[in-house]
Design a protein around this ligand. Structure first.
Ligand code: N01
Length: 540
């Protein structure tokens, strides 16, 4: 069953009826749509963007690429797809990633059930009918028994509410809403606000092109070399011959990457041995230096400090001006308590004559003026401002939709102090509403696939048993929140102001937004919940 004109929103007032509605056509949404359709459900995916791909549609800024190894980020669920797709780079760039997800949409004929340019504004649960009714901006309405929010965790962009922001006479961009056409910065005076993972990818490229680049940094990060390279035909062939093992490995490691923590403590080996490992890790691509490091760098401040200082010295070696280098060296938080930006020539950008680093921790941004950025001690005239200022993570993508559960309760109110779920997937009082986004600390696709499969199995169970709804019990949800907080308390994450803690948005409640357990443990808990016959859920 399908809408004959899925690209064209229907504004005629009729309410369309489906078995399931998926919000979002990114990595999670595409697979969820595929899974549910395979089970014979009529499904409609509503996607805000003008194309599929989610993150890889919106984030078109120069330098945007995976920080996961390409061979572990691609979907694992189709052997045919795995054999057909050639990754060009070890850390594939946005254009290729967007092409990949379009290829998937075409190969599995997903487009006929995806309606683009359709932003879901509200979703209301009808308790009598056990159905969700969603409204699309513009007035279109659709109903379904099951609603899946596949909206991602890093999709609600955040721009600080600087005074005067609309008065700027030059060009402005948020990195997560980057134009499709190439932006020409040549000869221009460009400002970049923010130095998170996004800015770290973008700065070296814009620095090469712009007449002048001013970087407004509030907090420096521990950035580690990405060491990206092209994939040779031999490596491609090896991957294709060993995808089963690659995916098996990803399912076994703590973080669902090919890396695994070293079981030794950083403090139990000699300094020489420690440095030898650090140098070895440093030379390797990707997150090895984080996720292949001594296990206790994430839990013990003293152990962490041994590697943090190693990274600080690497930064000092690369930046010529010692004052600039010291500004780029993080001292206020442990290594790994924020996501580690992977970089290519990031620190060298600050050795260029046309790049200036401005410390907006010391003198914060006061306002945006028609001519540029005014900090508390100077004004910077600019032709373009890039806001690399991040996202309202995990909660933002869902709370910006007016979701109403049993008794008309507001999802936004329920999540006002942080996410409240059981297993990260369902929330009490919102039956048949599933969250298909990987909010655990692990490789995005690997965990997102597992979650989409869990949701599909759960819906299959309901249909088989002829049940009309499922939602976790309040006790199960409370226990899950407590368990998540308990796990977080054994890490160094809570010590740091990061998006992991919701601390990047002024006024946002402080709570760990991701589930800090080992990926296999998380999978086991999800499997046990289903195997128990969903005993922690209310089934009707
Ligand atoms: O966002 P961020 P991001 N005045 O929140 C600054 C993923 N990702 O888009 O640190 C001045 O990390 C803010 O300063 P501070 C990845 O998971 C993946 O860079 O709050 N500055 C910070 O420097 C990543 O972690 C890839 O003091 C202000 C910056 O803006 C996540 O997305 C690539 C400010 C925001 O950094 C988010 O990264 C890119 C203000 N008022 C991103 N407000 C891959 O490689 C904010 N800032 C796959």
């Amino acid at each position: 069953m399908g809408n004959p004109h899925p690209q064209k929103p229907n504004g005629n007032g009729a309410v369309e009826q489906y078995d399931a509605i998926v919000i979002g056509a990114g990595v999670s949404g595409l697979y969820q749509l595929y899974k549910l359709r395979e089970m014979g459900l009529s499904v409609r995916a509503f996607e805000d963007a003008g194309g599929v791909g989610g993150t890889w549609y919106w984030n078109r800024y120069p330098g945007c690429r995976f920080d996961s190894e390409s061979e572990t980020y691609g979907y694992s669920w189709s052997k045919e797809l795995l054999q057909e797709w050639d990754w060009k780079e070890h850390f594939s760039g946005q254009p290729e990633n967007e092409r990949y997800l379009n290829y998937v949409a075409d190969k599995f004929d997903l487009r006929r059930d995806i309606q683009l340019n359709s932003r879901v504004s509200s979703a209301v649960y009808d308790e009598d009918a056990h159905q969700w009714e969603v409204q699309i901006e513009g007035g279109q309405r659709a109903r379904a028994q099951f609603l899946v929010g596949a909206v991602g965790i890093l999709s609600a962009k955040y721009t600080p509410p600087f005074e005067g922001i609309d008065s700027f006479e030059g060009l402005s961009f948020h990195t997560s809403n980057w134009p499709k056409e190439k932006v020409d910065f040549s000869g221009k005076r460009v400002g970049c606000i923010g130095t998170g993972a996004t800015a770290v990818q973008l700065i070296p490229i814009v620095a090469e092109e712009a007449g002048h680049l001013t970087v407004f940094q509030r907090t420096p990060n521990y950035c580690a070399p990405c060491r990206n390279s092209e994939v040779s035909p031999e490596t491609q062939a090896t991957w294709k011959a060993s995808y089963d093992e690659i995916h098996k490995r990803c399912r076994e490691t703590s973080v669902a990457f090919r890396h695994e923590f070293d079981p030794r403590s950083a403090l139990e080996v000699s300094e020489e041995e420690r440095l030898e490992l650090y140098e070895k890790l440093w030379m390797q691509p990707g997150f090895t230096k984080w996720l292949g490091n001594f296990h206790d760098i994430m839990t013990n401040r003293e152990a962490n400090e041994t590697f943090a200082e190693f990274v600080r010295n690497k930064i000092r070696e690369r930046v010529h001006d010692p004052e600039v280098a010291e500004l780029l060296v993080p001292k206020d938080h442990p290594f790994g308590a924020k996501r580690i930006p992977l970089e290519t020539h990031y620190y060298e950008a600050y050795n260029r004559d046309n790049v200036k680093l401005v410390d907006v921790h010391k003198a914060p941004i006061d306002r945006i003026t028609p001519k540029g950025v005014k900090t508390q001690d100077a004004e910077y005239e600019l032709d373009a401002i890039i806001y690399a200022t991040g996202f309202d993570v995990v909660t933002g993508p869902l709370t910006q939709i007016d979701i109403r559960g049993e008794g008309g309760q507001s999802f936004k109110d329920k999540w006002a102090n942080g996410p409240r779920t059981h297993l990260g997937i369902q929330t009490a009082g919102f039956p048949n509403f599933f969250i298909a986004a990987n909010s655990a600390f692990c490789n995005y696709t690997v965990c997102a696939e597992m979650i989409a499969e869990w949701i599909a199995d759960c819906i299959g169970h309901l249909r088989e048993k002829k049940l009309s709804s499922i939602a976790p019990t309040q006790q199960a949800e409370d226990a899950w929140v407590e368990h998540s907080n308990e796990l977080a308390s054994h890490t160094l994450l809570g010590d740091t102001d990061s998006w992991f803690m919701g601390a990047n948005i002024p006024g946002k409640a402080r709570a760990l937004l991701l589930y800090a357990n080992r990926a296999p443990e998380y999978r086991k808990k999800c499997q046990e919940a289903a195997a128990s016959g969903y005993k922690d859920f209310v089934l009707q």
